[in-house]
Design a protein around this ligand. Structure first.
Ligand SMILES: Cc1cc2nc3c(=O)[nH]c(=O)nc-3n(C[C@H](O)[C@H](O)[C@H](O)COP(=O)(O)OP(=O)(O)OC[C@H]3O[C@@H](n4cnc5c(N)ncnc54)[C@H](O)[C@@H]3O)c2cc1C
Length: 519
């Protein structure tokens, strides 16, 4: 019996377990399906994509996407201590004040920019320091200059109040190595006697008694059927991520009736919102051959490895997404709706292909998607993954594809400016012959992929479809809260990791406040 049981040791879980156990009177159990990874690729920034489809990745794909020529998109998410934060691209970008003000205005009082800033600051000033990249590529610097040449202003802080502009991306690294929430939060808390961490344990269901979550059932690694139970005196907090959390609720009988019944799960609490509202950042881009410059294609050498290991220097410190430009496609928009992201390497086949020639990727990221998808349980067997259907590019007005198209044209203009143009040795994809809107639309459908930012599947809000209230409590169930990317009601015009850190920081405050009131 513990006071709090947390499911999932990713971004949300690491932050929350660490913050809660600062109070020695509170006992916390943190349960994670994966293990602590010893893989070097979790430490070497430039190697993060080599973790895809390994044992530290859940190995998901989406359902066939009608908006993307029926393709099933590779959909990585971390399955290890640190979760997705142990395999992500380390970019620390929180978005624009208007994003959070919109959360507050749309049913999430208490989450406006001014109210979330202290939690962002608390993380950055302590366990989640933002670092500058140590050795950005020559191509990255050239991109920043080229973007300025088309009128995108330079910013030395992409997390400033207005994040519009082009600049170098801050990273969660220390001395050229990944420094994630696992390092900054959980590892600092591991020795506390009031924290127990169980790894290799797949949580299969939330144990409910009279409408209250009293614990969870889990299977230890290798056990197909045998379940153990962990009980929570005070509450259960789900931090299993935007895919894992709605799946677990649905497996536990909390979710949309028809979907649960179709999967053979007994409905204990009908809730249409669980798993609805899957939002994600879709990325398309230009793949460009380069000349006269070394790219990450040849970064993997003994010499570079030694530089990285001994001095934390060299190209292996690159997180790939080295510079970004945040832009508004219309001046009246409250926040940027498009991001151009420069990687000094060819990022091909959704990261599954090792680059063999020198090149760059100029990605176009759709920051404010109108298309909305879902996560749905497929079977009562917890080992069967849920259906992940982001419904990319299916908004009826076609705004999403139009915005990416706008971005592709802008990306080409940037590429044609010096000093970047001097490094360009021809466009590989979509290729110089792809000129018309139809050509570019075809390219978008053939080549877009996820930027790995699923969110919103247990949306916070005050309406009946919202899954959690603004105190992150699951509506209709006592003793159950959520503190991960699934509660994000609308994607920020940035990335999702730091916002998830912020959410978990605030969850710790909310839980501590309520625990104090109770005792
Ligand atoms: C390849 C990749 C690159 C990314 N790059 C960036 C980036 O550069 N910048 C950025 O801001 N964001 C990035 N992201 C996104 C960011 O990492 C996530 O938004 C963030 O980590 C989400 O945190 P979370 O706590 O919601 O989920 P996660 O960190 O995914 O944690 C969920 C945890 O729960 C565990 N779990 C799930 N189900 C169960 C279960 N049933 N039982 C037990 N444990 C369970 C999982 O194994 C995992 O450890 C990236 C993500 C990926 C995958």
């Amino acid at each position: 019996m513990h006071d709090i049981v947390i499911v999932g040791a990713g971004t949300g879980g690491c932050v929350l377990a660490s913050r809660l156990t600062e109070n020695p009177d509170l006992s916390v159990l943190l349960i994670e399906a994966g293990a602590r990874s010893r893989k070097l690729e979790t430490k070497v920034p430039a190697a993060f994509f080599k973790l895809f489809r390994t044992e530290v990745d859940w190995g998901d794909s989406t359902t066939p996407q009608s908006g993307l020529d029926g393709r099933e998109i590779v959909f990585p998410r971390g399955r290890m201590l640190g979760g997705s934060a142990a395999m992500n691209a380390m970019m620390v970008l929180r978005g624009h004040p208007a994003d959070y003000d919109a959360w507050a205005a749309n049913g999430c009082p208490g989450w406006s920019w001014n109210e979330v800033v202290p939690a962002f600051a608390r993380s950055a000033q302590g366990p989640f320091p933002l670092a500058q990249q140590r050795e950005p590529s020559v191509l990255t610097e050239a991109f920043v200059h080229a973007a300025r040449a088309v009128g995108i202003p330079f910013t030395d802080d992409l997390n400033a109040e207005d994040n519009a502009g082009v600049g170098f991306v801050p990273v969660s690294q220390r001395r050229g190595r990944r420094f994630s929430v696992l390092d900054g939060y959980l590892n600092q808390a591991r020795r506390r006697p009031n924290l127990t961490v169980v790894t290799g344990a797949l949580v299969t269901r939330i144990v409910l008694e009279n409408g209250r979550a009293v614990g969870v059932a889990y299977r230890l690694h290798g056990e197909d059927v045998l379940e153990e139970e962990a009980l929570a005196e005070s509450e259960v907090v789900l931090c299993a991520g935007a895919i894992g959390t709605p799946h677990l609720l649905q497996l536990s009988g909390i979710g949309p009736r028809a979907a649960l019944e179709a999967a053979g799960v007994e409905v204990l609490h009908e809730h249409a919102g669980v798993g609805a509202n899957l939002l994600d950042h879709l990325a398309n881009g230009l793949l460009v051959k380069t000349k006269g410059v070394e790219t990450l294609a040849t970064a993997e050498s003994l010499r570079n490895f030694a530089r990285w290991a001994i001095r934390g220097r060299g190209p292996l410190t690159s997180n790939l997404g080295e510079a970004a430009a945040f832009v508004r496609t219309r001046p009246d928009l409250a926040a940027p709706d498009l991001e151009l992201l420069l990687a000094p390497v060819l990022f091909e086949e959704e990261g599954l292909k090792q680059p063999t020639e020198h090149g760059l990727t100029l990605a176009v990221v759709l920051l404010r998607p109108k298309s909305v998808g879902s996560v749905t349980v497929r079977s009562a067997d917890p080992l069967v993954p849920p259906a992940i259907d982001p419904c990319y590019l299916t908004d009826p007005e076609g705004e999403d594809i139009a915005t990416i198209l706008h971005g592709l044209r802008l990306a080409r203009r940037v590429l044609s400016q010096e000093p970047l143009a001097g490094f360009v040795d021809g466009e590989i994809l979509p290729g110089d012959e792809a000129r018309s809107d139809d050509d570019l639309r075809a390219h978008i459908r053939q080549l877009s992929q996820t930027l790995y930012h699923p969110a919103g599947t247990c949306r916070m809000g005050s309406d009946p479809l919202a899954v959690v209230d603004p105190a992150l409590r699951v509506r209709g169930i006592e003793g159950l809260r959520i503190a991960d990317a699934s509660v994000i009601p609308e994607l920020p015009s940035g990335h999702t990791n730091w916002p998830t850190v912020m959410i978990a920081e605030r969850a710790a405050d909310l839980i501590a406040g309520e625990t104090k009131t109770r005792s």
